[in-house]
Design a protein around this ligand. Structure first.
Ligand code: NAP
Ligand code: ZN
Length: 353
């Protein structure tokens, strides 16, 4: 197979772990047989973008272009594409390619496939170099990884569903959160606020754990039945041993044992937050009460489509604050202070102007 031709695209990138994001030019491939080229209209800002741009997970290649909560309009399609036509609205999350032949891909869990290519931070299989994310004019992805967007939803507020949405929906479904279950959501940021909306929509009793007392009214408005300020020991003590399931969405170092102690016998804490440094778990937090501790990474494409359709049926989107591309460094600084309500979304038209 001959190498596809590359073309230049405007983007925002980090040149090193310590540089702010700045305008840049990157290369994309011309669409191959099964590719769709999507003009990016909106891109959500995930905390993973910050970990990645700053090399906190120790695999970043520079220049680094973050962004994996993408919605846009299909501009061109390869000759074998059947799922989309030019003019359609499409979404792209954290994955853009895989050979689709392994057991994980066949089971609809592409996120575990050894061949899956991440939207940013992987190697581009056609033209080489790193893959570049959604802080850019357009993107080219295998049609399998492009999602259909329910027409009734507000498009900018849909973008965060492509990562924050599926990352919380998937473990809540996997652990069968629903009526009769008491569920804790730790950290009311981009992921956490979607976790609250889904857990409530699934019929669970929802409790938010936050370090930010000022977020209490919002937590209740978003769907929580109760809010615990995790820095208040008395509030924490009163809840010990009462939770069936806890979803930990925290981006920084914190005490896991304080949350494991909240679980009932046989309760589970699933972590989706991915802080830079390891978090110590005291074995007695688990042994006492046969509790379990697990993790979860985004979700497969089939489940991502299911989540989007569920959001269409139930009118669920993200609570967003729209920014211009040139406000991205300020947005990162605010996210690091837990000051986001509850997802920044970049209006990508601002990259052109
Ligand atoms: P975010 O919007 O910045 O929210 C993180 C929240 O964590 C903050 O709003 C804050 O909530 C809480 N927090 C921050 N620092 C804290 C600290 N020192 N102690 C306790 N709580 C603290 O981040 P996000 O985009 O939701 O992402 C959260 C994490 O999930 C990141 O690490 C990200 O990389 C990871 N992630 C993982 C996956 C996956 O597939 N597993 C996918 C996407 C993202 P309060 O103010 O309520 O305390
Ligand atoms: Zn993300």
């Amino acid at each position: 197979m001959s190498k596809p031709v590359a073309y230049s695209v405007k983007a925002y990138s980090a040149a090193s772990a310590t540089s702010p994001l700045a305008p840049a030019s990157i290369q994309r491939r011309e669409p191959t047989d099964r590719d769709v080229q999507i003009e990016i209209l909106y891109c959500g800002v995930c905390h993973s973008d910050i970990h990645f741009a700053r090399n906190e997970w120790h695999f970043t290649q520079y220049p680094a272009v973050p962004g994996h909560e993408i919605v846009g309009r299909v501009k061109r399609v390869g000759p074998k594409v059947t799922k989309f036509k030019p003019g359609d609205i499409a979404g792209v999350g954290c994955m853009v390619d895989a050979d689709l032949s392994c057991p994980f891909c066949r089971a609809g869990e592409e996120q575990f496939s050894p061949t899956h290519v991440q939207t940013y931070g992987s190697t581009e299989r056609h033209i080489g170099g790193p893959t570049f994310g959604g802080y850019s004019e357009n993107i080219v992805v295998n049609e399998h990884f492009a999602l259909r967007i329910p027409a009734n939803l507000n498009l900018p507020a849909v973008a965060p569903l492509l990562c924050a949405g599926i990352t919380t929906y998937s473990p809540l479904r996997h652990w069968q959160v629903g009526p009769g279950k008491k569920v804790g959501i730790v950290g009311l940021g981009g992921l956490g606020h979607m976790g609250v909306k889904f857990a409530r929509a699934f019929g669970a009793h929802v409790v938010v754990f936050t370090t930010s007392p000022a977020k209490k009214p919002d937590a209740l408005r978003l769907g929580a039945h109760d809010v615990i300020v995790s820095r208040q020991p008395e509030e924490m003590k009163a809840q010990a041993g009462t939770f069936d399931f806890i979803l930990d969405c925290v981006s920084a170092e914190h005490d896991l044992n304080a949350y494991l102690a909240m679980l009932k016998v046989d309760g589970n804490l699933t972590i989706v937050g991915a802080p830079e440094k390891p978090l110590p778990v005291a074995v007695f937090s688990l042994i006492m009460g046969r509790r379990s501790f697990s993790g979860s990474m985004i979700g497969g494409i089939r489940e991502t489509q299911e989540m989007l359709d569920f959001c269409g049926q139930h009118g669920i989107t993200s609570d967003i604050e729209m920014i211009r591309m040139d406000q991205i460094n300020e947005a990162y600084a605010r996210m690091l202070k837990s000051d986001v309500k509850y997802r920044f979304v970049i209006d990508m038209a601002s990259l052109k102007s």
